[in-house]
Design a protein around this ligand. Structure first.
Ligand SMILES: Nc1ncnc2c1ncn2[C@@H]1O[C@H](COP(=O)(O)OP(=O)(O)OP(=O)(O)O)[C@@H](O)[C@H]1O
Length: 575
């Protein structure tokens, strides 16, 4: 008897597995994907032990012991357990980082799965042959109809992991070609416009042969009427949206709320971000407008405990938590070297200049992203570095959408560029071959540090990360102490370079400096640690204004100071 037969009989969930992975049942009994429950393992244990001995003799690796769930991940017959966790890859032998060959790919090919021939053809055209770990882990469970909360490292193919099975679900629904306002069956929410556009591009790739299915994006940055016309001209069953604009359509686009009643699958990409306070209200409103009877998929590279606690806002009680980050492994990639530097603010421009010059000289194919704390600080840093004759592009929320799209497209395709960015590029955006990520100043939290760093080292590639802090920001290192981040020496800057940098700073317009100062103050004021002591904050803001070459800090409109709770704080000037 083959061990595959044995499993089919021994386990209630096996037929479902068989549908999703028709050729893999035998493999599942002997390889390291933890899709077999201890219960099942115990049932088949005796016979498996025989198989195991035989295979060990044949030099193959086996691993029932790697299973950590109480029961099978796709077993429909057992009672539901709230938010059951499945830690895939935990305890894998041999210390492999990712798939069998040490890459981010698993050893399962797409053509080994029960996906439709149309999707398979599109997957092949996209150049995907083997599934990534998160794709392999989530596909059968999503196809089984379960709600899923999935955590997988940055750049490991989460977009395809939710789009492909969702498209499979949609392809089984009846669709009328050329229907003017078809129901929206798949709704994907993303926190930024760039990410929404990117998800739609990936969806179009996968829909290449599903001719009756269409995808549209609603992201704002253009007039609402323009998007309304576009949705009418290009009917779609799949909608990718940012929360604010989707809410706008719900409130102002005739017939839109009726179309949303057709949602069968809801995806929250970068789920922890969408469920945090910034988006929560919009998301709750959107969820209230779509059917309760639906499948919900939450994906992110970071899933803090609070997000698991509140995931019931979106998901059914019996959702499955799939975590492909191995137990004891870091949430960042080992092939990305992480360093930090601590230096006074007035050295930051010189340090940036030095680090960039060296990096550009070392790697002709350099591609760098510099993350700054706010849009206006991003603008300032981009202007200073442009003055220093570096090849700079700038992206943040204060740029027009057309400028953002242009820069984003250019950066995706090119090499030899430095993108200075606010957090609009922090999450999800897939720029290939980024060689270095620099974060200037503390990120809003540990999660944002991980996502920003994750713009490099994608698809198993190497990369570098540098966090540049002022001495009073050093406390942040405590939140990332479990990551392999080591201190780098502050470069010594010779006086001619210092003068060159000072001249560059001097040439930047006063208006940019005033805006940067105000934004900087707002950012650190809302930081729980630094914003607590207002007079110290004013003192630090003065340091920042000096780093821009200003002997006296700019004045700030009284009403803005009041809104920030900073009126009458000594050291801050009002106008
Ligand atoms: N099976 C596959 N084989 C090869 N490449 C793949 C596969 N699946 C996805 N990719 C590619 O991997 C890259 C990263 O994918 P994606 O952007 O979905 O990562 P992610 O996990 O969502 O990252 P982030 O956490 O930053 O959002 C993309 O360029 C995508 O086209």
């Amino acid at each position: 008897m083959a061990s595959g037969d044995l499993l089919l009989r021994a386990h209630a969930g096996a037929p479902v597995l068989a549908r999703a992975f028709p050729c893999r049942l035998l493999v599942l009994t002997r390889r390291r994907r933890g899709l077999v429950s201890p219960l099942t393992a115990a049932k088949v244990g005796g016979a498996a032990a025989v198989q195991k001995r035989r295979r060990r003799d044949a030099g193959e690796s086996l691993s029932f012991s790697r299973v950590v769930t109480r029961r099978d991940a796709v077993d429909e017959d057992e009672e539901d357990v709230e938010g059951e966790a499945l830690q895939l890859g935990a305890g894998t032998s041999g210390g492999e980082a990712g798939g069998v060959d040490g890459s981010y790919l698993s050893d399962t090919r797409f053509d080994q799965c029960a996906i439709s021939p149309l999707s398979l053809k599109a997957v092949k055209d996209a150049g995907y042959e083997r599934m990534t770990e998160v794709q392999e882990a989530t596909l059968p469970i999503i196809l089984h109809g379960k709600d899923v909360l999935a955590k997988a490292k940055t750049g490991t193919g989460k977009t395809v992991a939710f789009l492909l099975p969702a498209i499979e679900v949609l392809s089984t629904l009846p669709h009328q070609r050329n229907q003017l306002r078809p129901p929206i069956n798949l709704l994907v929410m993303c926190p930024t416009r760039e990410l929404a556009n990117q998800v739609a591009v990936e969806a179009k790739k996968l829909l290449k042969y599903h001719r009756s299915l269409g995808v549209q994006v609603v992201i704002g940055g253009t007039r609402l009427t323009q998007e309304q016309r576009s949705m009418q001209a290009n009917p779609c069953q799949i909608l990718v949206a940012t929360p604010g604009r989707l809410k706008d359509h719900l409130e102002n686009t005739p017939g839109f709320s009726t179309r949303l009643k057709g949602v069968k699958v809801l995806v929250l990409d970068e789920a922890d971000r969408l469920l945090d306070m910034g988006f929560r209200r919009d998301i709750e409103k959107i969820i209230a407008s779509i059917p309760r009877e639906r499948q919900t998929l939450l994906f992110s590279a970071t899933v803090p405990e609070e997000v698991r606690q509140i995931s019931h806002v979106a998901m059914k009680k019996d959702y499955r938590f799939i975590n492909t980050v191995k137990e004891g492994d870091e949430e960042t990639h080992s092939q990305v070297s992480q360093t930090y530097m601590v230096a006074p603010l007035d050295l930051h421009f010189s340090i940036l200049h030095d680090v960039l010059k060296k990096h550009v000289a070392e790697d002709a194919d350099y591609k760098v992203i510099i993350f700054c704390t706010t849009a206006m600080v991003t603008k300032l840093v981009a202007e200073v570095l442009s003055q220093l004759k570096l090849n700079i592009r700038e992206i943040h929320s204060r740029k027009s959408q057309s400028a953002r799209t242009k820069v984003s497209d250019e950066f995706r395709k090119s090499k030899g560029l430095i993108l200075v960015s606010s957090d609009v590029s922090a999450r999800g955006v897939d720029y290939p071959d980024v060689t270095l990520v620099i974060q200037v100043g503390i990120p809003v939290d540990r999660e944002q540090y991980i996502h920003r760093l994750g713009r490099t080292g994608r698809r198993g590639k190497e990369g570098q990360g540098l966090l540049l802090l002022a001495p009073w920001e050093k406390y942040f290192l405590g939140t990332v102490k479990d990551l392999s981040i080591s201190e780098a020496a502050v470069p010594s800057v010779d006086s001619s370079v210092e003068t060159e940098v000072k001249n560059a700073v001097r040439k930047v317009e006063m208006k940019s400096k005033e805006c940067a100062y105000q934004a900087w103050l707002g950012y650190y004021n809302s930081n729980k640690t630094i914003g607590r002591d207002k007079s110290r904050l004013a003192h630090l803001a003065e340091e920042f204004s000096q780093s821009m070459g200003l002997p006296v800090p700019p004045a700030i409109p009284r009403n803005i100071l009041r809104k920030m709770g900073l009126n009458n704080v000594p050291g801050l000037r009002s106008s």
